[in-house]
Design a protein. Structure first.
Length: 232
């Protein structure tokens, strides 16, 4: 997604001009290109018109809020999305993840922490092993070089975290991963991230690859976590 010959392009959707300017300075200090908008409608328009590597969405914005903007963006694009918000309850976090956000940071926060999270998403979304392989079986293909998932030849739109999770599981079919294993293997998350985020991503992944609603590849291992089904 992100070319090494061009700077990372970050879209910041934040209706507080002072906060938007602070973020712009921090992000440009990293050598990244930054576009700032003041509402969700403008954010969607920018992603439709330009190549964007990461979107930073404030939740509370005029015209179109961050939640609605995320829903539209996720329907149309697999661009990584980070929510920034003053809402900090577990329900708020899970709602953001359920509608397709890749990360969530609450106010007040350190701009340095946001930079670190963006860097992680960029690395994950552009990641492709040199030993190019296609994992999976039975019509499911996890293409590590192209960074895409296909079901019966049809490309399925997944987020960077969903892809990382699928690849981590599919590399070791039959292995029962607990949630902490998956957070570490797929995302390199710190200890503050809720283990339930794995459940949200697995649920999203299943909805996209299992046409009949029955889990075929990404299985629940009760009392442990999840496993990628062995070929049968």
């Amino acid at each position: 997604m992100t070319s090494t010959s061009a700077p990372v392009h970050v879209l910041v959707a934040e209706d507080d001009p002072k906060q938007a300017e602070l973020l712009r300075r921090y992000l440009e200090h990293e050598g990244w290109s930054v576009t700032s908008v003041g509402n969700g409608r403008e954010a969607v328009d920018v992603v439709r018109r330009r190549n964007v590597d990461v979107v930073v969405l404030d939740v509370m914005m005029p015209l179109v809020d961050g939640l609605d903007a995320c829903r539209v963006l996720r329907f149309e694009s697999d661009v990584p999305i980070i929510f920034v918000t003053a809402r900090s309850t577990e329900d708020d976090l899970l709602l953001g993840l359920e509608i397709g956000a890749d990360d969530y940071i609450t106010k007040p926060y350190s701009p340095r922490e946001l930079v670190a999270r963006i860097r992680t998403l960029v690395r994950r979304s552009g990641w492709a092993p040199q030993e190019t392989e296609v994992l999976g079986w039975g019509g499911l293909e996890i293409d590590l070089r192209r960074h895409e998932i296909r079901v019966d030849g049809r490309t399925v739109s997944v987020t960077p975290k969903e892809f990382a999770l699928a690849a981590a599981l599919a590399r070791e079919p039959g292995r029962a991963f607990n949630r902490l294993d998956l957070l570490d293997a797929a995302f390199g998350f710190d200890h503050d991230v809720l283990e339930r985020t794995v459940d949200v991503h697995i649920g999203n992944l299943r909805r996209k690859v299992d046409a009949d609603g029955e889990p075929r590849w990404f299985l629940t291992v009760y009392g442990v976590g999840y496993a990628f089904a062995e070929e049968r």
